[in-house]
Design a protein. Sequence first.
Length: 245
Amino acid sequence: MDSVSLGDVFLSEVIGTGLLLLLGAGVVANVILPRTKGFGGGWLLINFGWGLAVFAGVFAAWRSGAHINPAVTLGLLANGAEEYAPGVEVSVTSTLVYIAAQLIGAFLGAVLAFVAYKNHFDEPADPAVKLGVFSTGPEIRSYVWNFMTELLGTFVLVYIVIQFGNTPNQLGPLAVALLVVGIGASLGGPTGYAINPARDLGPRIAHAVLPIKGKGSSDWAYAWVPIAGPIAGGMLAGLFARFVA
């Protein structure tokens, strides 16, 4: 592949992360908002929906290496990568471009999911249900253990993504999609498995600013967990893959 510019990286990551959140938040909305076709579809439908959202996002963001997740970007940094994509050297500037694009894309994708389900957001529902379309939350609130759950889930994600690069195969984005389904089914129960700081923070900001009827709090007291846990997990995975595996 030809070298790409930081402008290409920015656009690629915005589009990829935007599609990730449009489809990911969309499947959650379909399952939990009132009067949708998929209402009550259950946890596995959400798992598979998110996996296929990742599938689409990775294809869309191929030019930038399809990080679509700050934990992946920082995991590659910790792993000692020299380039994030062809011609894109690992540096403070390039790292910030990736993360900024991911946050913006996640915000925009969440806004589009709101547009798609606007009539259903207008229906009476618990404010926590409406927030759950945008961001994650714990079933049992215990910040230390919630942090550990997010750390472990993201460690698995980033470590295996790095191993995909070390063991070339023909599965491509499908492999990452299936990995996300597996993490959700196995480790997603306690916190809803953000495993991606942009996936949670961008949509949480969207929830805070959008005119959602009866939306309630954006739960900023919890917001640090799906940011710090995935960052720690991603960087530990990068270090582990570099020095231990």
